[in-house]
Design a protein around this ligand. Structure first.
Ligand code: FAD
Length: 402
């Protein structure tokens, strides 16, 4: 493996200071000349600074991927579909993509993959902001299959060279976009919560600033991809808002014939899973936490949700306790939700939970602890025993609806 540092044997005096200073044990002496283990080196430059004779220098950055960044232009959105119907996350990304493309002064493209796609699918992407829609309609793309999808998108990237590619951080986006990134020689920032086109600190053309929570949600990290293209990011559903469709918009729909795709497996039969609930799309969420004490008590929340026309969701503590399926989990390692009403019972409001519900329009929280962090995010904070408050609320709703 090539190392990120180079050693000039003519200058090395064999003092072995670099060996002592390297925190990764990547430097060693070969006779009286220092050498570096490329596999262990982490390019921290400690050896470069340590060498008193200037014998060690940073080697030229290993470049794989884009050599000429100016050859890349345009923002792309991967349009996720199921049964020919575009998923809402794609419209959300098109709204953001439009903003990014306008800020950068470039075009917005959408990539649509599938088999037997209805023409209105591509048209709806134009109505939601795309200037071009690249449609690959191929029997190999009938069902989502990671390799075939990655092959298809990588081929289109190689052909058109977009400068940025966005996809939903859904089960599909998460599984195939990393493969596209590797095949395209690019990086990928997963689970972004903010995206912006802005000039880099040293000036120059705008690049994609990709912000996401890091270190357990304790800091927000903004990540750039200055040397490679495309700049690639996944974004969770409901982080951005979709724009209303504009049927008068016009755009180009381009049918793409792809080189042979190589699916790694074939779908023989489809079977729906028992749980078919999408808390990310819910308008009203009734959320239970560890304060519910046991699985049976979720029945109380089910009754409330039924009255309000809502859906039951949960904190990770409740999911980990086995009281409710993981598909109902709100938060950093669950789903990002943005309901009109978020109503919680016995949820403390840990930072990882708040990360997934901050987009809620109106938050009502019930907790017996007046200092529960959830109250900081609440529009209405109810300090009290949920086993008294929830039945009282249910009774009040019954009376109102009687
Ligand atoms: C890497 C990582 C990722 C994580 N991802 C997530 C995630 O995606 N989603 C998530 O939710 N968590 C996540 N967590 C866990 C998170 O840190 C918390 O542990 C979890 O959210 C706590 O769940 P809780 O609020 O239900 O339980 P607790 O923190 O135990 O809170 C229970 C609350 O119930 C209240 N209560 C108890 N009895 C009553 C009562 N009778 N009436 C009213 N209130 C009552 C208590 O005052 C307390 O505030 C993650 C943690 C890590 C380290």
């Amino acid at each position: 493996m090539s190392a990120p540092v180079a050693i000039d044997p003519a200058k090395c005096k064999g003092c072995s200071k670099c060996v002592r200073e390297c925190p990764f044990g990547a430097m060693r002496m070969n006779g009286r000349i220092a050498e570096v283990d490329g596999a262990a080196c982490r390019a921290c430059s400690a050896c470069v600074k340590a060498c008193p004779f200037g014998a060690i220098s940073e080697a030229k950055a290993r470049r794989w991927g884009a050599a000429d960044l100016s050859a890349y232009s345009g923002v792309w959105v991967f349009a996720e579909q199921s049964g020919g119907k575009i998923r809402e996350v794609s419209y959300e990304l098109l709204a953001k993509g439009r903003e990014l493309a306008d800020s950068r002064g470039c075009r917005l493209g959408a990539v649509l993959l599938g088999s037997g796609l209805p023409p209105e699918a591509a048209q709806s992407l134009v109505a939601h902001g795309a200037d071009e829609v690249y449609v690959a309609d191929d029997p190999a793309l009938a069902e989502f299959e990671t390799n075939a999808y990655a092959d298809a998108v990588a081929q289109l990237i190689a052909k058109y060279r977009p400068e940025a590619v966005l996809a939903g951080a859904t089960a599909i986006g998460r599984s195939f976009l990393p493969k596209v990134a590797v095949r395209s020689g690019a990086g990928l920032t997963a689970d972004c919560t903010a995206l912006e086109m802005a000039a880099p600190a040293g000036g120059g053309a705008k690049i994609l600033h990709q912000t996401r929570p890091a270190f357990g949600g304790n800091i927000m990290a903004t990540i750039f991809t200055p040397d490679h293209r495309p700049q690639m990011a996944t974004v969770r559903p409901r982080v951005f808002r979709a724009a209303p469709p504009d049927a008068s918009r016009t755009g180009k729909i381009v049918a793409e014939a792809l080189a042979a795709l190589s699916p790694a497996f074939k779908t023989v039969k489809r079977k729906a899973s028992g749980e078919n609930v999408d808390i990310a799309a819910a308008e009203i969420l009734v959320v239970g936490g560890r304060g519910l004490k046991k699985a049976e008590n979720f029945a109380l929340l089910e009754k409330l949700a039924a009255k309000l026309g809502g859906t039951v969701a949960a904190s990770r503590a409740a999911v980990d306790a086995g009281w409710i399926p993981a598909s109902r989990q709100v938060g950093q390692t669950g789903k990002t939700v943005a309901p009109r009403l978020y109503l919680s019972f016995g949820v403390s409001g840990a930072i990882q939970h708040l990360a997934g519900m901050r987009g809620s329009d109106f938050v009502v929280a019930v907790n017996s602890d007046p200092n529960a962090p959830i109250f900081q995010a609440a529009d209405v904070a109810v300090t009290g025993d949920l086993f008294a408050v929830a039945p009282a609320l249910l009774k009040a709703l019954d009376e109102r609806m009687a």
